[in-house]
Each structure stands twice: as structure tokens, then as C-alpha cells.
Design a binder for this molecule. Structure first.
Ligand code: SAM
Length: 364
């Protein structure tokens, strides 16, 4: 381990009260109930409501049927408000809890940033895109970029965002298992946020040189801190995916984790052209996303409703985005869009093995 990393192994921790832990465990149980039995029951009543008539073929057709179901109304209220409680509840909410350690957390993030030198490139003059500042995504007030503690709050929020598994990093490992089996030398995490996905990658691929890009300085500072706690050295930079400053043909792999639904179609097309430019010939752009596939209009309608229950503002536009065409238009020579296998094969799971998750592998 390089000497410069040896002081960074102390883990930045937010002090959690017992009440805080119980409260967030309760919220996670609620999410498990909503995503499990409640959706199951919704599905049964959806089938009854459709009856012998023509089954809705699209999420737009399914939505009015779903919207009438009591289970959906309960789901929607819960989805919106539990997320608000999670961030905002006085005392036990994430913002209040993180804020108790404000000065210490900022000092630790700043110290790690200073130690990182050129490994962490922040750009105070970066013009954040309008679409990004226009909405408080996931109901994270002020967005994930406006307060120095936003990265830490966002990282906390993952506990109840990934309800089905206690380990929020499992989804990254499942995704990496779907990448073409190759050696990847230079790797870019396309929208790295708190860096957890990049850390999981580096654990599995110690040989990779890891880069991460994001608009949010607070998130990147946390990603830098977390990387250094692991003894890793990432190259992180604050950039817009639409205008990257890397040379052409730089990366063997760029991965996207839950990014497509966050970006409006026009910007997504520009960002696709940019990632194509910075990949080496034969390089791979891959990752999971939800909301396309047409296998379950009901589940898609429920997922799309997060656009308004959880400020996933551009999700509905993403549902109609033609990724195959957009990817070929910017030059990708191979485009594979398949069901996300880890969620698709088990008929005992929610939806009887139907999944609205897709896995995208684009090759330059
Ligand atoms: C849903 S999060 C995904 C985070 C991460 N990939 C993960 O799996 O947890 C979206 C991230 O994309 C970043 N982002 C959104 N638009 C961006 C853009 N145009 N350029 C760079 N980052 C962007 C946000 O700041 C946020 O950290």
C-alpha cells in the first residue's frame, strides 16, 4: 500500500442511535412488505380487474387499471411518505442524524480530498445541467450535490432503497457477473456517486485502474474517502457525462448502474455518444436498468409511478427510450439487451420469474 494511503484507513462513521437503527429497520421492513406481499396481492387483483378482457399490452394501458387498485394506492402513499420520513423525520431521519456529526464529517472528507491530490479532480465552475438541479431526485432535498454531507446522506439512504437484500452491494456483484468475461484494464464507473459500485469492482478486479465520474462533489469526496479506507486509489472527477475530458479510446469498460432512468432522452443520447468516444475499439459499456422489456405492463406501471411518488422525474421518458437505436446511432456495433438473469430465472420470486430489469451490453 502506498505510504500516502496509510493514514486514511480510519473509517468515517456516522453515530447512529438505537432508535435510529430501529426506525430504519422498520422502514426497510415496510419496503419488503410493499415489494413482496403487497405487490403480489396487487398482481392478483390486477388479473381479476382485467378479467377475460384484452390484457393491457403496455404500461400506459396498464396504468388506469393499476391506479384503481387499493393495493396500489397504499403502495403509492407508502412509497412517497416512507421515503420522506427516512430523510426528514426529526431526530431519526437521515439528515438530522448525519448533521449531528457535521463538522467532523466535513473535516474527514476534506482531509481525504487533500491527501488525494490529482486523484480527485473537483470542478467548482462546472455548470450543472438544468435537468439535474430541477428535481430533488429520490426526494433527497436539495439534490445529492448541494450540501457537503449529501454524499453521506445518500450512502445511508441505500439501506432502504434496496429492500430485498440486507447487503446493498450485492446488486453490483450480480451485475458484474453479467459482463462479458474479459480482462478489463481501465474501467470507468459512469455516475459513480458514493463509489460503492467501484469499490465492489476493485475488490473483484484488483488489476483494474478504476475511474469514476459524477456531477456531485459531495458524492465524489465520499467516494474518495471510502476508496482510501479500503487502501484503493481511484481516479475520480467531477464531470458531466455529456462532456467528458478523457482522451478518445481510453477505457476497456464503462459501467452504468441505475443511470439511464435518471437522464432525459436528449441528454442520454449525448452521453452515449461521449461514452462511445472514450471507449477503446472493442470496449464495453454495460449495466443493469429497470423499466423496459414489456413482459409485465403492470410491474412497469408500478415502477413508472416512482416518477411522481419518488421524484424519478425522467423515468417515464426512459420507459419509451429506444436504446438499441440510440446506441447504434452513435456507433456501437453490437447491442445486446436481455432480461437481467439473476432476477429472471426463479419462478418462486415476485412476479413468478417475470422481471422488468434488463441488462445492456454495448460494444464499440
Ligand atoms: C441513481 S444514482 C446512481 C449511483 C451509482 N451508479 C449507484 O449504482 O449507486 C445517479 C448518479 O448519477 C449522477 N449523475 C446524474 N446525471 C449525471 C451527469 N450528467 N453526469 C455525471 N453524473 C450524473 C448523480 O449525481 C448520481 O450520483
Amino acid at each position: 500500500m502506498p505510504d500516502s494511503l496509510s493514514n486514511d484507513l480510519d473509517v468515517l462513521e456516522v453515530v447512529e442511535s438505537r432508535d435510529f437503527r430501529s426506525y430504519h429497520a422498520f422502514l426497510r421492513s415496510c419496503r419488503n412488505f410493499m415489494d413482496g406481499p403487497l405487490i403480489q396481492q396487487m398482481g392478483e387483483n390486477y388479473e381479476k380487474a382485467v378479467g377475460d378482457g384484452q390484457a393491457p399490452a403496455t404500461f400506459e394501458e396498464a396504468y388506469p387499471v393499476v391506479d384503481d387498485l387499493l393495493e396500489f394506492q397504499l403502495y403509492s402513499w407508502s412509497f412517497r411518505n416512507f421515503q420522506r420520513f427516512k430523510y426528514h423525520r426529526p431526530d431519526f431521519g437521515i439528515f438530522d442524524t448525519v448533521n449531528l456529526g457535521r463538522s467532523n464529517i466535513i473535516a474527514e472528507l476534506d482531509a481525504a480530498a487533500d491527501a488525494a491530490g490529482d486523484d480527485l479532480r473537483l470542478n467548482d465552475d462546472l455548470q450543472l445541467p438544468d435537468y439535474y438541479t430541477a428535481a430533488d431526485f429520490h426526494q433527497h432535498t436539495g439534490g445529492v450535490y448541494s450540501d457537503p454531507l449529501d454524499g453521506v446522506s445518500y450512502e445511508f439512504g441505500r439501506r432502504t432503497t434496496n429492500p430485498a437484500h440486507m447487503d446493498p452491494n450485492l446488486i453490483y456483484r450480480l451485475s458484474y457477473g453479467q459482463f462479458p468475461d474479459r480482462a478489463y484494464d481501465k474501467v470507468l464507473d459512469w455516475g459513480t456517486a458514493h463509489g460503492a459500485g467501484l469499490i465492489e469492482w476493485q475488490k473483484l478486479h484488483p488489476e483494474s485502474e478504476c475511474h469514476g465520474v459524477d456531477l456531485s462533489a459531495p458524492c465524489l469526496k465520499l467516494a474518495n474517502k471510502r476508496a482510501r479506507e479500503h487502501g484503493y486509489r481511484f481516479k475520480l472527477s467531477q464531470q458531466d457525462l455529456e462532456h467528458l475530458d478523457y482522451e478518445d479510446d481510453t477505457f476497456d469498460l464503462a459501467f452504468h448502474l441505475f443511470m439511464f432512468h435518471e437522464i432525459p432522452p436528449v441528454n442520454l443520447k449525448n452521453a452515449l455518444a461521449e461514452v462511445y468516444r472514450v471507449l477503446k475499439p472493442g470496449g464495453i459499456f454495460a449495466g443493469p436498468e429497470f423499466g423496459q422489456g414489456g413482459e409485465s405492463p403492470m410491474l412497469e406501471a408500478v415502477q413508472m409511478s416512482h416518477a411522481w411518488t419518488n421524484n424519478e422525474t425522467y423515468a417515464a421518458a426512459w420507459f419509451n427510450f429506444d436504446m438499441e437505436k440510440a446506441a447504434r446511432d452513435v456507433g456501437f456495433r453490437s447491442v445486446t439487451i436481455e432480461p437481467f438473469k439473476p432476477f429472471h430465472s426463479d419462478s418462486s420470486k415476485r412476479g413468478g420469474g417475470v422481471s422488468i430489469w434488463r441488462f445492456y451490453v454495448l460494444e464499440k
